[in-house]
Structures are given as C-alpha cells and as structure tokens.
Design a protein around this ligand. Structure first.
Ligand SMILES: Cc1cc2nc3c(=O)[nH]c(=O)nc-3n(C[C@H](O)[C@H](O)[C@H](O)COP(=O)(O)OP(=O)(O)OC[C@H]3O[C@@H](n4cnc5c(N)ncnc54)[C@H](O)[C@@H]3O)c2cc1C
Length: 382
C-alpha cells in the first residue's frame, strides 16, 4: 500500500501491544493516526505470553471481548530450583494466557475497525522535522507526515534513534546480554498454573495460552549459548536439563514446531519517555523490565493509557507539548520505577544454583514475604 499524501495528527512507529493500544485509544477520540509496522500480522514473538490481570479491564475496555475467548486464568505459581525444589504459591492478582500471535492480531483488527491507518511491511528508517514544521517519517514504502510521533518500536533501538541528539544513549556493550527462546508445546501442566524453572544463568516460564498450546519461553545469557558451541539444542541438553522439572517438559511434551523462535542482544533497563520535538516513547522503547516479573506487556499497555490521556489534552488545546512531556514522564516514573528496580534485584537472585535454591527454601517458609515480592512486580488494575 502506498502512503497517502496526508498529514496525520499522530504517527506510531511499531505495532506491538503498546503501539496498537495507543492507536486505538487516540483513534477512538477522533484523532487521525497512522501506525507503521515492519512485519505483517499475524506473527509470532518471543514472549512468555502471561499477562497480569491488571490489564484485563483495560483490554476489554478497548473493545476486545477477552471473556468470550475462553482463555486460561492463572492463579497458581510454582518456582523450581535446579536442585529440584519447588516453591508453590497462590497468586492474588494472577493473570491470563494468550499467544502474541493471537493478541496482537486481535488488536490490529480492532485498530482497523477504529479507522487507524495501518501500513505493514513498513520499516521506519528515519524521522526529521520538515520545512513545514511537521515530522517527516522515511520508511521502506515512502514518506509520511504527522504532528506527533510515538515510538513503540520495542526493545531494539533503531539506528536513527541512537543518532538522535536527544537520546541519552547507553553503551549496550557494557551490560549482560541475554537471549530469549520460545516454543509452543502441548503439555499437561494445569491451565491455572504458571511455573518458573531455574537453571544455570537463566530461567524458563511455562503456562497455558489459547488454542491447546502452552508457551515455554526462557531467558539466558548469551554467554551460556556461546559456551555450548552456539547450539540451542546442546545448551538445552547440557544446561536446562539439569533442572529435573525442565528435563521432564522438554522430553515428555509435544512441540508444536521443532524450531524455536530466538532473539538475542536483550538488555533490561529504563530508557526515556521522550526525545523532545513532539516525539514520545512507550512500551519497551521507553524501558524494558526483566521477564521474571512477567509484566512487560502490562507496562506497555499501561504506558499507552498514560500517554494517550496527556496527548488527548494536547489535541483538545488544553495544554502545550512541553506539558504533555513533563506530565507523561512523571506518571511513567510513578507507575514503573519501583517495578523496574524490583525486577532488577529479583533477576540477581534467579538462575544461580545454590543462591536460588536457598532463597526459594526461605521464601517457602515466609509466605508473607513471598506475597509482598509478587506485589512489587505488578500494579493495580487500570
Ligand atoms: C524472553 C521474554 C519473555 C517475556 N515474557 C513476558 C511475559 O510473559 N509477560 C509479559 O507481560 N511480558 C513479557 N515479556 C516482555 C514483553 O514481551 C514486552 O514488554 C512487550 O512485548 C513490549 O511490547 P511493545 O509493544 O513495547 O514492543 P513489541 O511487542 O516488541 O513491539 C514492537 C513492534 O515494533 C516493530 N518495529 C520495530 N522497529 C520498527 C521500525 N523501525 N519500523 C517499524 N516497525 C518497527 C516490531 O516489528 C514490533 O512489532 C517478555 C520478554 C522477553 C524478552
């Protein structure tokens, strides 16, 4: 599809959960929105596919009838150590399971219904201010223009952002690099249960999603893969199988497809909420949280709600763009700063043979502390 010669109120770069949810909310209020996505829906993503219940009301409020999808509702957690100990805990807030293949596709269809202009197979290559003071977006299929830009391009920072002088770049070579691996499997794990299994330098989540699939998704260091001849299968057999629960899942489950989806170069950190010049960031583009907390999707969706609230005031001439920027930054920090810190510290306790084992044993004797830790990883319903 060719770009229309039109100036949009808002252009959104990247149509994952954060971008699609923002597009739907703005379009619902009559704002003209163009969303540019480099892939074509529906498509799979590396993600644990467990969504905190905090987002349920928000998603149904957008217009997606989750209640009619017969999704697994998850209220029980098991965490195992490599040494074979399993900590069991009920989840007060809990969550539900749905594959990204399905969820992003449903949201894409909803966005189309709300008259969002969506261009697929459209990679954004650069953004700059044009002579008429609008933002000009160069893509693989042509140029677009808009008053406001929102970047929801996910965890990988495009090179044109890294070159932006307002981007407070971090040196990606300094932190630990992680890889993420995901399979859909058929398993007998109870549909109300999510399990997290530790292994050396990593952990693996398993829970039910839609269809008759479970999602099995793990995170580990790039070094772990390197030490196993860069072979996923070798690493799984040499490292993950040392956890007896994981060995059981790997050897007794039916794999929907034998090849996993793999992503690399993952880092977890807070980034920034805007780049000045009417350019806002949300979802993983604004900050990534360790999947241990299992709530990156809810953070992206909540950020879309915070940002759309401020942008709608701007489009209604009730505030300046500088006020949007400062109000959004403040609300983002209030909503997520403590979660990101909690995720960072929890990540340090996981994936270590003895530390993890003794931490789980301790927590099994102090359920109050365990409940408190879980509370730190999610927010209230929104
Ligand atoms: C191993 C792992 C497990 C996880 N498990 C969970 C979990 O169980 N629960 C949970 O809540 N969170 C989980 N997360 C986090 C969650 O996946 C992310 O927080 C969430 O996907 C962020 O959504 P987003 O919309 O910001 O980005 P994304 O969903 O990544 O969407 C970004 C979109 O932008 C597009 N894009 C990128 N660059 C461009 C460009 N230049 N032009 C056009 N389009 C572009 C991409 O194709 C993509 O569709 C996990 C993360 C990892 C790594």
């Amino acid at each position: 599809m060719e770009p229309e010669n039109k100036i949009y109120d808002c252009a959104i770069i990247g149509g994952g959960l954060a971008g699609l949810c923002l597009a739907i909310q703005l379009a619902d209020q009559g704002i003209s929105v163009v969303l540019l996505e480099k892939n074509e829906y529906p498509f799979h993503k590396v993600c644990g596919e467990y969504i905190s219940m905090e987002s349920w009301d928000f998603i149904t409020g957008l217009g997606l009838p989750l209640g009619s999808f017969n999704l697994p509702i998850i209220d029980s957690l098991g965490i195992s150590s490599e040494r074979g100990f399993m900590l069991n805990q009920s989840l007060e807030m809990g969550g539900f399971g749905i594959s990204r293949y399905s969820l992003d596709h449903y949201l894409y269809q909803l966005a189309i219904d709300k008259k969002v202009s969506i261009y697929q197979n459209c990679r954004v290559n650069s953004v700059h201010k044009s002579d008429n003071q609008f933002q000009e977006i160069d893509t693989t299929i042509g140029k677009f223009q808009a008053s406001i830009i929102c970047g929801s391009y996910g965890k990988y920072i495009p090179s044109f952002i890294q070159k932006n002088e307002k981007y407070h770049g971090h040196d990606d070579r300094k932190g630990t690099n992680y890889i993420g691996v995901k399979y859909h499997i058929k398993s007998d794990l109870a549909e109300n249960r999510i399990e997290l299994h530790n292994f050396k330098n990593g952990y693996c989540g398993i829970s039910k999603v839609d269809k008759d699939w479970h999602c099995l998704c793990y995170l580990t260091t790039a070094e772990n893969l390197q030490n196993n001849g860069k072979e996923i299968k070798t690493m799984e057999e040499n490292v993950l199988y040392k956890n007896p629960f994981l060995k059981n899942y790997f050897t007794k489950s039916e794999f929907v497809s034998s090849n996993p989806l793999v992503i690399s170069n993952i880092q977890f950190r807070k980034k920034q909420t805007d780049l000045g010049d009417s350019f806002f960031l949300l979802g993983d583009a604004a900050g990534t949280i360790t999947p241990l907390c299992g709530n990156g999707m809810s953070m992206g969706m909540r950020a879309s709600k915070l940002l759309s609230k401020e942008l709608l005031k701007y489009f209604d001439n009730k505030c300046s763009i500088e006020e949007v920027s400062s109000a959004y930054r403040k609300s983002w920090n209030t909503a997520f700063n403590s979660r990101i810190i909690a995720g960072y510290y929890l990540q340090n306790v996981f994936g270590k043979k003895n530390t993890t084992h003794f931490a789980l044993k301790l927590l099994s004797k102090t359920p109050g502390l365990m409940r408190k830790l879980i509370t730190l990883t999610h927010g209230e319903k929104f």
